[in-house]
Write a protein that binds this ligand. Structure first.
Ligand SMILES: Cc1cc2nc3c(=O)[nH]c(=O)nc-3n(C[C@H](O)[C@H](O)[C@H](O)COP(=O)(O)OP(=O)(O)OC[C@H]3O[C@@H](n4cnc5c(N)ncnc54)[C@H](O)[C@@H]3O)c2cc1C
Length: 391
């Protein structure tokens, strides 16, 4: 017997946008080009993201896309978060990841797991002026994230947290940290607990900022917890259930990393197409040579395939359909093609492509992180294989 599928799921082609989505996309696209574009090189060289642009993210509603209107957010969809990350990343992948972590990880987790008073307290801030970070990784626990050493000791009406987190995106700018620590190491990952930590909590400090190959303007810092006092009302979800929050949040975040990578790839392809149309060799523009046309056509095809994976995973998430495997595929494939598309774009530019006077070398550097954070490519492949093999 045929089962009926909810009509909204298969109603239209994946890339066909509703009127609202179209308007949203063109607004973010214009903002990225006009307001971020002129500052990309300077921010990359300084390794600092401009505060005035982050302020504009808040003013445009880009830091609280899915937050319900009653809390000051836009009441939008996950798909809109993905579109925002894609559009920003086409101009600057550092801008994309700031908005990605805020929306698809931190806000998302608060909306799903925080209690009513935590939502009341933090969601309006996240929509208005507070940047958020997600702090899971440590020096000794990356792919094996649940092997974390940071501990939380029950101390009456509060927990005392001790340890160090590493690689924390947005940390230089953040006011709120969704941080994971083990409250009962004796039971392994079943002791992991999620805490909402405000930047000025006693014993909490943002440490060294990394000097990176790519996404240089996006801050990545160490966090130090030295008897950090966290009131019990700042435990998010149940004590010992933080591992579930960590995994499920990353499953969603991965789709947006896919969006960051397709945005980046589109940026590189657009630059390559424009250059191929103007650079002359042998008395013709290089775009007239079939060899170059084929390179561009291959890039466009790979990009379209990756976009379909990302959009499908995002629309599945909005439709409430299980999406974990599709999210892993989207992130895995998008990060692979982003690197090859940015690399081919440099080749199409020839010698100038490798200089800082043209934008493609930066996109190539920025692409590398896609295969690493929010689960390396190997970790995505493990997730996909697990499903294939029924494990
Ligand atoms: C710029 C940047 C920003 C980041 N932002 C954040 C953030 O905001 N919050 C946060 O919590 N973390 C963040 N991270 C951490 C990131 O998620 C980890 O770096 C990533 O999960 C990989 O962990 P690792 O670096 O310890 O590498 P490792 O886990 O040591 O992996 C090293 C290599 O071994 C491979 N490997 C490991 N285990 C297996 C296995 N079982 N099978 C096959 N291969 C395996 C990996 O694929 C990789 O190639 C960030 C990292 C960077 C670089």
């Amino acid at each position: 017997m045929l089962t009926s599928t909810p009509p909204e799921v298969h109603r239209s082609p994946l890339t066909q946008l509703s009127e609202e989505e179209n308007l949203f996309q063109s607004t973010v696209r214009r903002f990225a080009r006009e307001q971020i574009g002129p500052h990309v090189r300077e921010m990359d060289e300084a390794g600092v993201f401009r505060k005035d642009i982050i302020k504009q993210f808040f003013e445009l509603g880009l830091m609280g896309i899915e937050i319900p209107e009653e809390f000051g957010g836009q009441g939008g969809s996950f798909f809109q978060c993905v579109m925002a990350v894609e559009e920003l990343s086409a101009v600057d992948p550092s801008a994309g990841v700031i908005v990605d972590v805020q929306n698809t990880i931190v806000n998302n987790a608060i909306m799903r797991w925080a209690n009513a008073s935590q939502k009341q307290k933090y969601l309006p801030r996240m929509a208005a002026d507070t940047v958020g970070s997600y702090a899971l990784s440590e020096a000794g626990s990356g792919s094996d994230a649940f092997a974390m050493a940071t501990q939380a000791k029950d101390n009456g009406d509060h927990f005392l947290l001790n340890g160090r987190k590493l690689w924390i995106t947005n940390a230089a700018e953040s006011g709120l940290f969704l941080l994971f620590a083990n409250a009962n190491p004796g039971v392994g990952h079943r002791g992991i607990t999620a805490f909402l930590i405000e930047r000025d909590f006693p014993g909490f400090q943002v440490g060294k900022k990394e000097d990176k190959l790519g996404i240089r303007a996006s801050s990545t810092c160490e966090l130090l917890l030295d008897n950090c006092r966290v009131p019990k009302e700042n435990v998010m979800g149940e004590v010992g259930k933080g591992y579930k929050i960590a995994i499920e949040t990353l499953n969603e975040g991965r789709i947006a990393i896919g969006a960051q990578m397709i945005g980046l790839a589109r940026g590189a392809l657009d630059h390559a197409v424009a250059y191929a149309g103007q650079r002359k060799q042998f008395g013709k523009t290089i775009g007239e040579f079939q060899g170059v046309q084929f390179q561009l056509a291959k890039m466009a095809t790979e990009l379209e395939a990756a976009r379909l994976l990302v959009y499908n995973a995002a629309r599945m998430r909005d439709a409430g359909i299980p999406f974990v495997t599709e999210a892993a595929m989207a992130k895995y494939y998008s990060s692979e093609i982003a690197e090859t598309i940015a690399s081919t774009a440099i080749e199409i530019f020839g010698g100038v492509g490798i200089t800082k006077d043209y934008p493609v070398e930066k996109l190539y550097r920025d692409a590398k992180i896609g295969r690493i954070y929010e689960g390396t490519s190997n970790i995505q492949l493990m997730t996909i294989a697990k499903k294939l093999l029924g494990r």
